[in-house]
Design a protein around this ligand. Structure first.
Ligand code: AMP
Length: 288
């Protein structure tokens, strides 16, 4: 049976781990399922689609908002990442989320913090080598959030497909008792995957941005029958460059589970891309 979500209304603000844990425990003791949706804020319809999906699974939904410093590289956008807490809380109230977990950096990383979760293999391809330390930052903060809240379930977007696989692996390997669920990418009408970083795009870049999704779909179509991936990838890369993406960091067909690059598609696979448009780095992926 689908639980009925909470009606629109004020969202409970939880600032520390004890408050989060006590609230989740109270809901669970009352027989209510609890889902967690981790985010970095600057919420858009993609995030809200995760909240709605979570509400279809669990009576109570907690959204965490934390711009995690450890997953940003030294030359990345940590300091300029959009922080719009009041607007985020208004959106969460509208959609009927029950609580927002809003930890400070010092709450997540108190003095003396020294533990990191690293996932081998999955993080050695695609974004891994391009963003050293990124997935360790993600795996560490998500592990903490899952253990802090101990919800029944946590939801993550396929938009960040490699991140989703890394989180699944870490949760499995560390016996974290939380079901990890992936959710489809929510897109603009023209195909652009919604992202908090889309607000960095100029009008001209925004016009070009949907080409990434179109190219991913063309490659997926071309490799579906089991032919070689190389020609489709070369053509796709050329199309991205011609549209103005520079540099194209990768355009690749990979196994959907192991993320190993594929010369030919035999089982479930994904086409993934990362490329810059001006100063903004966009990533996206589609199923084959
Ligand atoms: P972020 O705030 O960018 O860290 O994203 C928080 C969560 O929302 C992650 O699980 C993302 O994969 C997910 N997410 C971001 N954009 C989208 C989207 N367009 N569709 C679905 N999920 C998304």
């Amino acid at each position: 049976m689908t639980p009925s979500p909470s009606p629109p209304g004020p969202v409970l603000r939880l600032g520390d781990v004890a408050a989060l844990r006590a609230q989740v425990r109270a809901w669970r003791a009352a027989g209510e399922g609890v889902a967690l949706v981790p985010t970095m804020g600057a919420l858009h319809e993609g995030h809200l689609s995760l909240v709605r999906r979570a509400q279809a699974r669990c009576r109570r939904v907690v959204v965490s908002i934390f711009v995690n410093p450890t997953q940003f590289g030294p030359n990345e956008d940590f300091s300029r990442y959009p922080r719009v807490l009041e607007a985020d809380l208004a959106l969460l109230a509208e959609v009927g989320a029950d609580a927002a977990f809003l930890p400070e950096v010092a709450t997540m990383y108190p003095p003396g913090f020294a533990t990191t979760v690293t996932v081998a293999g999955l993080t050695e391809v695609l974004c891994g080598p391009l963003r050293p330390g990124h997935f360790a930052g993600v795996a560490t903060v998500v592990t903490k959030l899952l253990l802090q809240g101990l919800p029944d379930r946590a939801l993550f977007g396929e938009k960040d497909f490699q991140q989703l696989q890394v989180i699944r692996r870490a949760a499995r390997d560390l016996d974290i008792p939380v079901a990890i669920e992936g959710a489809p990418t929510f897109r603009e009408a023209d195909g652009l995957a919604m992202s908090s970083r889309n607000r960095y795009l100029s009008a001209e870049e925004r016009r070009v941005a949907p080409v990434m999704h179109a190219v991913l779909q063309q490659v997926a179509e071309a490799v579906r029958g089991g032919g070689e991936t190389a020609p489709a990838l070369a053509q796709g890369r050329a199309a991205l460059e011609a549209a103005g993406f520079s540099p194209v960091q990768y355009l690749s067909v990979n196994d959907a589970e192991s993320l190993a690059p594929l010369d030919r598609v035999e089982g479930p696979a994904r086409v993934l891309a990362a490329a810059y448009l001006g100063r903004t780095r966009l990533i996206d992926n589609v199923a084959v």
